[in-house]
Design a protein around this ligand. Structure first.
Ligand SMILES: Nc1ncnc2c1ncn2[C@@H]1O[C@H](COP(=O)(O)OP(=O)(O)O)[C@@H](O)[C@H]1O
Ligand SMILES: [Mg+2]
Length: 242
């Protein structure tokens, strides 16, 4: 498989506090990777560090073979990364379609091209066509998450980074949202999902990484890692996954 993204001894700090220690992660083209770990493990920090939102050295993050660590985030998006951020961060007061158009306009300014169109996003999430003119704050949490995913896809990413897209949603809605990941991958986009639901993470991914206190404590093929291995990596041993 061809490597798309890799991190090499990635470290990140918030002032004096070190939040990531020597994190090595690899995402190949066409892969879905899950990043699991308890609250505060460093999952969102990992995404921030990859996206250039925290200062990191160039060689700590490679994308399509090139060292790009610390590159400004808008340049990262131009190079082919897009994020569905924690908390979604939609433009309140704007309609569903206007939220999506922000990404379309930005992407066309960048001159990036790709297969994702408003029609394709509507095929993926038909409800977004029905609700096209509705202000996003009037949508359900699941529908807002669909807008956030659609907006990221319209940046034409080669790599989609999703931060806890299932958080606070009902099981049925979570299933609906996770059901589109194979279609996104089939379009040629690799995916990293940050997920606290271990069962969901395991079933949705090819490989997974578990983090604990800023370090990777387990990595492997999702079908091969056992509950016991995950439990130990998640909590540092002596606990059970509930
Ligand atoms: N802006 C920040 N300033 C200082 N510390 C932070 C900041 N954001 C996160 N942290 C700390 O970094 C660690 C990792 O946080 P985070 O990456 O958000 O974890 P996760 O996403 O796995 O829940 C935690 O100890 C958290 O308190
Ligand atoms: Mg987080």
């Amino acid at each position: 498989m061809t490597e798309l993204l890799s991190t090499h001894g990635l470290v990140a700090r918030y002032g004096d506090f070190q939040a990531l220690y020597d994190v090595d992660v690899e995402v190949d083209e066409g892969e879905v990777i899950a990043l699991i770990g308890a609250n505060g493990a460093g999952k969102s920090t990992f995404l921030r560090a990859v996206l250039g939102l925290l200062p990191v050295k160039p060689e700590m993050v490679r994308f399509e073979g090139r060292p790009i660590g610390g590159t400004p985030t808008d340049q990262m998006v131009k190079k082919g990364m897009a994020v569905v951020p924690e908390g979604r961060r939609l433009f309140t007061g704007m309609s569903v379609t206007d939220n999506l158009r922000v990404a379309i306009d930005q992407t066309s300014r960048h001159g990036s091209k790709g297969d994702w169109t408003l029609d394709r996003v509507h095929q993926l999430f038909p409800i977004l066509k029905e609700k096209a003119r509705v202000p996003v704050q009037n949508l359900s949490g699941g529908q807002q998450q669909m807008v956030a995913i659609g907006r990221a896809l319209l940046c034409q990413p080669r790599l989609l980074l999703c931060d806890e897209i299932s958080l606070g949603l009902a099981p049925k809605v979570i299933r609906e949202i996770y059901a589109v990941l194979p279609e996104i991958r089939a379009q040629g986009t690799s995916i990293v999902v940050v997920e606290q639901d271990v069962g969901l993470a395991k079933s949705a991914s090819d490989r997974l990484y578990c983090m604990l206190e800023g370090r990777v404590t387990l990595s492997g093929r999702s079908d091969d890692v056992t509950r016991e291995q995950i439990s130990e990596a998640y909590f540092g041993g002596g606990h059970a996954v509930v």
